[in-house]
Ligand binder design. Structure first.
Ligand code: SF4
Length: 379
């Protein structure tokens, strides 16, 4: 057991956090502190009751209204009739030999998503999902075979942080957040943006934007909107190829937005000071791993504050790709490093539990399937 893990097994789900038949009630996790204040006011209470509520829910992680001892009983009663704290229910937590832990979470409509806790020295990173499944169909990605179930709400995104935090030992805390789980965050822009606001609001979760990374397949409109709306988070671009021809084959999204347009948007993105943009590059044997690819990659990133994460392909049954031999992986890295660009080989965490990039697999109950469990794949 790692020092960040709670010794006790997962506690039984709080009835308030479980799928509720009263689906029309507001999920308080969906609300910013200002909106909690407005809600308190609409219930006839002073606005500061909303701030107290934010303190309980976001800062202290309390999900039971009855435990919020400094809130008047009649306010809590009125609140429970209008709202709930609908945390995704922890269905399963699977530890990996490398210390990471995959959490399978069930949503109120029965849909399942996955989050992964990844300890690394003094960091504890949580990888979040933003959609049930993913509609982008990248050919090397297990999730790509799944299709899109639905978008998550902002409350379901931040709910993953709350659910993961409940697993931690006293004193342990999540230090970094990456939007790299199931789904394409910028394809669910409104909920992703709102979840970023909730997570970075000092009156709510209070994460520094510098400790949050949003990963995208390269949706230029979304990247530009993030910049325009002033989000100073880190950006990770799933690049995976150095020519349009190869990228078209690997990532159907490239048929609409070419590499040149994507990189131009990246160059315009206002990165936080001293931060570099991350370019994710999955290495596929004989497809995108040649020395020429490495040199083209260097050329594409010239003039940018960039770093490269090289991800040796995590093989899955039925995939039409293989992981390159170690020598080719290290040779690729060496060429990029020689040109002054930081390049790290990411041996994915959680490979033994199917939690590595592109590997998560979970049966998901879709809205349409009504009671049947579809075997679906998640990333
Ligand atoms: S790599 Fe990302 S965008 Fe592509 S299919 Fe997988 S989850 Fe979707």
């Amino acid at each position: 057991m790692d020092k960040w893990q709670r010794a006790a097994p997962p506690s039984p789900p709080n009835p308030l956090c479980y799928p509720s038949p009263r689906m029309s009630r507001t999920n308080l996790l969906d609300l910013l502190p200002d909106e909690l204040e407005a809600l308190a006011e609409s219930l006839g209470a002073p606005r500061y009751r909303g701030r107290q509520l934010a303190g309980w829910i976001h800062a202290k992680g309390v999900t039971d209204l009855a435990s919020m001892s400094d809130l008047p009983r009649d306010f809590r009663q009125a609140l429970s009739e209008r709202a709930e704290i609908a945390l995704p229910a922890l269905e399963r937590a699977t530890p990996s030999q490398d210390g990471s832990e995959k959490l399978v979470l069930r949503l109120t409509d029965g849909g399942r998503i996955q989050s992964v806790l990844m300890p690394d020295e003094d960091r504890l990173t949580l990888c979040l999902s933003t959609q049930v499944g993913c509609g982008y169909g990248c050919t090397f990605c297990f999730t790509g075979t799944m299709g899109l179930g639905r978008d998550l709400t902002a409350g379901e995104i931040v709910g993953q942080v709350a659910a993961a935090r409940a697993r931690l030992a006293p004193g342990a805390r999540i230090t970094h957040i990456v939007y790299m789980g199931m789904g394409e965050p910028l394809a669910n822009y409104a909920a992703t943006a709102k979840s970023l606001r909730i997570l970075t609001d000092p009156r709510a979760f209070g994460f520094s934007p510098r400790r949050i990374t949003v990963s995208t397949v390269g949706l230029v409109a979304g990247i530009e909107r993030l910049a325009r709306e002033g989000f100073r988070v880190n950006l990770a671009i799933s690049l995976h190829a150095t020519t349009n021809e190869v990228r078209d084959r690997l990532m159907p999204v490239n048929r609409g937005v070419k590499l040149e347009a994507l990189l131009a948007a990246c160059k315009r993105f206002p990165l936080p000071t001293r931060q570099r943009m991350t370019f994710e590059y999955v290495l596929l044997d004989g497809v995108n791993d040649s020395p020429d690819d490495a040199r083209r990659l260097v050329k594409l990133l010239r003039g940018m504050r960039a770093k490269v994460n090289l991800i040796p392909f995590n093989e899955w049954e039925g995939a039409g790709f293989r992981r390159p031999p170690l020598a080719r992986i290290l040779g690729f890295q060496a060429i990029v490093l020689e040109h002054g660009i930081t390049a790290t080989v990411r041996w994915s965490k959680g490979e033994d539990i199917g939690a590595a990039c592109g590997q998560l697999k979970e049966p998901v109950r879709s809205r349409a399937s009504r009671g049947q469990l579809d075997e679906r794949v998640a990333c």
